[in-house]
Design a binder for this molecule. Structure first.
Ligand SMILES: Cc1ncc(COP(=O)(O)O)c(C=O)c1O
Ligand SMILES: [Zn+2]
Length: 524
């Protein structure tokens, strides 16, 4: 049945040597759940890779690392023969993992859902404790976007080991790399992928990491992670799109294992962001999930998660997805909303994107946004994203950077610190509520993809009273004023002046919900 095209020959490697450090994450196969008929040892035989185009549908072995269809050059999914594995009959099954948190695979917020992406035996799984994230109700932010209290939840992926959602996918990519014996991994990055790759390289000590970054395109928070954790850092003259093109060439030539989101195994790990959302909502579906779009891996992965759950009978209907770009890097918005490009069961107009890129090139337009993580003009996963939005009647919007930064300040004031790209989700939601597409009583989850400390410069510039700092960082992107700056107060070194400055704090007198009953913050 398979086109067994294995271009990467697996070989035994350092991964298989056992050392004290790594062995803490290695396990014997175990029976998965009471009454189950399969053991872990057999589960991963059911996985393969499959071209996303229905008319091609070529299949490729799990071990293949080219991550493109050998027949038509299209993107690949990881697919499973679900009828050969015991699938939990209800999502509540995953609650059994909560009582076994000493088992690292049950502790992991990714691998505790491993039955839903069974491509590796347990003893090959890589985890550094990723996915301990929160889905928080956020009434203050709900008010800001125009939703009723109790209707907005923020899925905070900044709590991951490297501070962004990427770790969800990186542990899955590393597991696949380990499975096939890779020893060097590479990525192009706007910062977070490289930080995640770096931390997994350092924590496992099994893989050499090589990262490609564009010149001046990476925030210091993210660059410092890559440097600190010791990956080889190649800065090329160009932007993310140039870096991605190069890393794909170099990976092919040198046999490096590619961990960008074109790697479908990464997207398998990212499915668990949605599983944790459902877990937090007590296995009920939100009406909408809103997420920033860059290379469009998340939206593709989230839709795949929901589609599989739906087809396995584990959820009753489909939530809708909204992808939010910055107006400075809005390719998918232009194609989907302005030019009406649709998946059409795989019969989409494949030339449309080339025409669009030619127009951009002719006009000399480069992507430009303060949300550097999504400063991507040529998103590789766009066909998957088209498919995703067709499946769930999704939408795409583009919001200006000024709105993104205001939304970010509101999210921060509500207690969760995120980076600018993450806040695009909330800014986009606000726009969708204003348009009336999302009604104020619908239940919405915005995914906050990265931590506020990833880019402190932009945050400080937003709140500063120093015009030079403001202009250097924000003014040059066309931002003239911001709505929610929390200015530091400069006072003389004098007790009376200091006390007066504290007493003048108007915010202090207006703290909402000062009650002593129940936990803080309050959960609906
Ligand atoms: C913080 C953050 N948000 C959003 C994105 C975009 O995610 P995707 O490429 O899956 O669309 C990225 C990608 O680098 C990111 O780092
Ligand atoms: Zn194909």
């Amino acid at each position: 049945m398979f086109l067994e095209i294995v271009r990467f020959s697996p070989r035994l490697s350092q991964w298989d040597e056992c050392d004290a450090r790594y062995s803490q994450w290695s396990f014997q196969p175990i029976v998965l759940w009471a009454g189950g008929c399969a053991t872990k040892a057999h589960m991963y035989d059911v996985a393969y890779q499959k071209c996303i185009h229905p008319t091609c549908a070529a299949t490729v072995a799990v071990a293949d690392t080219s991550f493109t269809c050998p027949r038509c050059g299209g993107l690949l999914d990881v697919a499973y023969e679900w009828d050969r594995v015991p699938v939990p009959s209800s999502l509540r099954h995953f609650e059994t993992k909560w009582s076994d948190r000493h088992h690292p695979l049950n502790f992991s917020g990714v691998w505790r859902f491993r039955e839903l992406f069974p491509f590796a035996p347990e003893e090959k799984i890589v985890t550094i404790g990723e996915g301990q994230t929160l889905c928080q109700p956020a009434d203050a932010v709900a008010r800001y976007v125009g939703l009723n209290p109790g209707r907005l939840w923020l899925q905070y992926e900044g709590m991951n080991p490297s501070g962004s959602f990427k770790d969800n996918g990186m542990c899955a990519a590393f597991t696949h790399a380990r499975l096939i014996g890779a020893t060097r991994a590479a990525c192009a990055s706007t910062g977070n992928t490289s930080a995640s790759l770096a931390i997994y390289c350092a924590a496992t000590q099994r893989m050499r990491g090589i990262i490609f970054i564009g010149s001046g395109k990476i925030s210091y928070g993210k660059l410092s992670q890559a440097l600190e954790h010791g990956v080889r850092t190649i800065q090329i003259q160009g932007d993310f799109d140039d870096a991605l093109r190069r890393v794909r060439e170099v990976s092919r030539q040198l046999g490096l294992y590619l961990v960008n989101s074109i790697n479908p195994f990464r997207l398998e790990g990212q499915k668990t962001i949605m599983l944790r959302v459902l877990e937090a909502l007590r296995w009920e579906l939100p009406d909408w999930v809103v997420v920033a779009g860059g290379n469009l891996g998340n939206v593709s992965s989230f839709a795949k998660a929901f589609q599989e759950l739906y087809e396995l009978g584990l959820i009753p209907h489909k939530p809708r997805l909204a992808v939010i770009h910055s107006t400075g890097a809005d390719t998918f918005y232009q194609l989907y909303e302005k030019r009406g490009l649709r998946w059409q069961q795989g019969q989409y107009d494949r030339g449309a994107i080339d025409v669009y890129y030619q127009e951009l090139d002719a006009a000399g337009r480069k992507p430009s946004t303060l949300a550097s993580a999504i400063e991507i003009q040529r998103p590789v996963n766009w066909p998957k994203a088209l498919r995703a939005l067709e499946w769930c009647q999704g939408v795409v919007r583009a919001v200006p950077d000024a709105d993104i930064l205001d939304a970010k300040a509101q999210i921060g004031a509500g207690g969760l610190g995120c980076e600018p790209a993450s806040a695009a989700s909330v800014a986009g939601l606000r726009q969708l509520v204003r348009e009336g597409l999302i009604s104020k009583n619908e239940r919405v989850v915005c995914v906050l993809t990265g931590h506020v400390l990833k880019d402190p410069d932009e945050t400080v510039a937003y709140h500063t009273t120093d015009r030079a700092i403001f202009d250097a960082k924000l003014g040059r992107h066309g931002i003239r004023r911001v709505a929610f700056a929390n200015h530091a107060v400069v006072v003389p070194n004098d007790l009376a002046a200091i006390i007066q400055a504290i007493e003048q704090d108007a915010e202090d007198a207006t703290m909402p919900n000062r009650t002593d009953s129940g936990p803080w913050p309050r959960h609906p």
